[in-house]
Design a protein around this ligand. Structure first.
Ligand code: HEM
Length: 183
C-alpha cells in the first residue's frame, strides 16, 4: 500500500508535465519548463531521500529509500534527455562545448554520473560492496545546489526558502553523524 502511494505521489510531477505540454499546450517555453520541473523534482526527492533516516522514528520509509532514490535518478535522467534531445537536438559538438564552457553544466554532469553510479550499485548484491561509497551522495547534493543556484539569473523568495531548508537539513544531518560517532 505504502509502495503504491510512493509510486503515485512521485509520478505526479511527470503527469502534470506531460498534461501541460502534450494536452493543454499552455507552456510558452517548454524546454525551460521541462528543465525546471525535472530538475526541481529530482533535487527535492534527493534531499527527501537523505532525510528519511532523520524522520524514521515518526514515519518509517527506510525500506523504500532505494525506490525513492531511483525516482530521483529517473527525473535527473529526463532532465539530461531534455538537454540532449530538445535543447541540443543531438548535436554532439554543442553538447561537448556547452559542457566544457559552462561550469554549471559540467557540475550538473558530474552530479548526474554520481547518481548513475549510485543507481547501478543500489541492487542488493552490489550495495553490500559499495555501501560506504554511497556517502558520495553528499558531494552530488553540494554540486546540485551550486548547479541550481548558477542556473538562476536571480533567486526568488521560493528559491531562497528552499535553500534555507537545504541548510537546515544539512545541519541536522551533520548533528546525526556527530552523534553516531560519539555513541
Ligand atoms: C545531467 C547533466 C545536467 C545538465 C546538462 C543540466 C542542465 C541544466 C540547464 C541547462 C539548466 C538551466 C535551465 C534554464 O533555466 O534555462 C538547469 C537547471 C537546473 N538543473 Fe540541471 N542539468 C544537469 C544535471 C542536473 C541534476 C543531476 C539535477 C538535480 C538532481 C539538476 C537540477 C537542476 C535544477 C533544480 C535547475 C533549476 C531549474 C530552474 O531554472 O527552475 N540538474 N540544468
Amino acid at each position: 500500500m505504502k509502495q503504491l502511494l510512493i509510486y503515485l505521489l512521485l509520478s505526479i510531477p511527470l503527469l502534470v508535465l506531460s498534461l501541460q505540454i502534450l494536452i493543454f499546450e499552455n507552456i510558452v517555453d517548454p524546454i525551460k519548463y521541462i528543465y525546471t520541473v525535472t530538475g526541481a523534482t529530482a533535487t527535492v526527492i534527493l534531499f527527501f531521500s537523505i532525510s528519511i533516516s532523520l524522520i524514521s522514528k515518526k514515519i518509517n520509509l527506510l525500506k523504500y529509500r532505494r525506490l525513492i532514490g531511483l525516482f530521483a535518478f529517473f527525473y535527473a535522467l529526463l532532465h539530461l534527455l531534455n538537454f540532449i534531445v530538445f535543447d541540443a537536438e543531438f548535436r554532439i559538438i554543442f553538447i561537448i562545448e556547452e559542457t566544457f564552457d559552462k561550469p554549471f553544466i559540467y557540475l550538473g554532469m558530474i552530479a548526474f554520473f554520481i547518481l548513475l553510479f549510485m543507481s547501478f550499485t543500489s541492487t542488493k548484491s552490489l550495495f553490500k560492496k559499495y555501501k560506504t561509497k554511497h556517502q558520495i551522495i553528499y558531494i552530488a547534493l553540494i554540486l546540485i545546489t551550486i548547479h541550481f543556484i548558477m542556473a538562476q539569473k536571480s533567486l526568488s523568495i521560493l528559491q531562497y526558502s528552499y535553500l534555507v531548508m537545504i541548510f537546515i537539513l544539512a545541519y541536522y544531518k551533520v548533528l546525526q553523524k556527530i552523534n553516531k560517532v560519539n555513541i
